[in-house]
Design a protein around this ligand. Structure first.
Ligand code: MN3
Length: 250
């Protein structure tokens, strides 16, 4: 995939998901959408006309990731959990506007600031998560190629060492959270980082390339307590083409 405006927006969305760049990122997404149509920004969860976050449609069917990620989990995860983060992000923005206008208690600024981080984090994390997956054998699975494959070899030793590192980090997240493959802008290095909840532990200055959701809602119906098995299955549906395009745009 070439470095199209779509990829540029996806990079902005990635930056928005991580490192406290959320508001700058959403503004940039809106500006870009204005330049070449709101439909693409909607795919990334922002309705420029309404000026609010929206639940983006999945780029495949709810059953498309079977048997690795089951249909019922996908339906609940996208339709209930992700939708809840979208509502929460919009609600926090509204409350903060009310706070600026004196209609919401100024003493609640910490509460609404934290809620914005959590819900916008959830919204962007899930948007990137869905779009980083594809049906096994139809874009999903296999290994990265090209510049991303070279960078993984350089920074982790080999793809197998990266996979073990990433899977280990995902398995070891305490409570609910994520593991991410990120690109660190200043060093140019790839890093694997853990995230707690939807936003904690991620430093500024990194761009998200690939994330795995290890909240129990992401896997419990099929895998119960076997998070390792779920992460192994996740690798069967990674869209390395998309991840490589994010890397090229980073
Ligand atoms: Mn989730």
């Amino acid at each position: 995939m070439s470095d199209t405006p779509m990829n540029r927006r996806e990079v902005l969305a990635s930056a928005a998901a991580l490192g406290g760049l959320a508001l700058a990122g959403s503004g940039a997404m809106g500006a870009t959408a204005h330049a070449d149509g709101a439909a693409d920004a909607k795919e990334l969860g922002w309705d420029a006309d309404k000026g609010e976050f929206v639940l983006p449609a999945l780029p495949y069917g709810y059953d498309a990731l079977e048997p690795h990620i089951d249909e019922q989990t996908m339906r609940i995860h996208h339709g209930k959990h992700h939708a809840g983060y979208v509502r929460g992000a919009n609600g926090a923005l509204k409350a903060l506007a009310g706070l600026r206008d004196g209609e919401v208690d100024a003493g609640l600024i910490q509460n609404w600031s934290r809620k914005l981080s959590f819900h916008l984090g959830g919204h962007m994390n899930h948007t990137l998560f869905w779009r980083g997956l594809a049906p096994a054998g139809k874009g999903g699975g296999g290994r990265p190629t090209g510049a991303l494959a070279s960078a993984i070899d350089r920074d982790f030793g080999s793809f197998d060492k990266f996979r073990a590192h990433f899977s280990g980090a995902a398995g070891a997240v305490e409570g609910s959270g994520w593991a991410w493959l990120v690109h660190h802008g200043i060093s140019g290095r790839l890093l694997v980082l853990q995230m707690e909840n939807q936003q904690k532990l991620l430093p500024v200055g990194v761009t998200a390339l690939l994330g795995v959701d290890v909240w129990e809602h992401a896997y419990y119906l099929r895998y119960q307590n076997r998070r390792k098995d779920y992460v192994r299955a996740f690798f069967e549906v990674i869209d390395w083409g998309r991840v490589g395009a994010r890397f090229s745009g980073a």
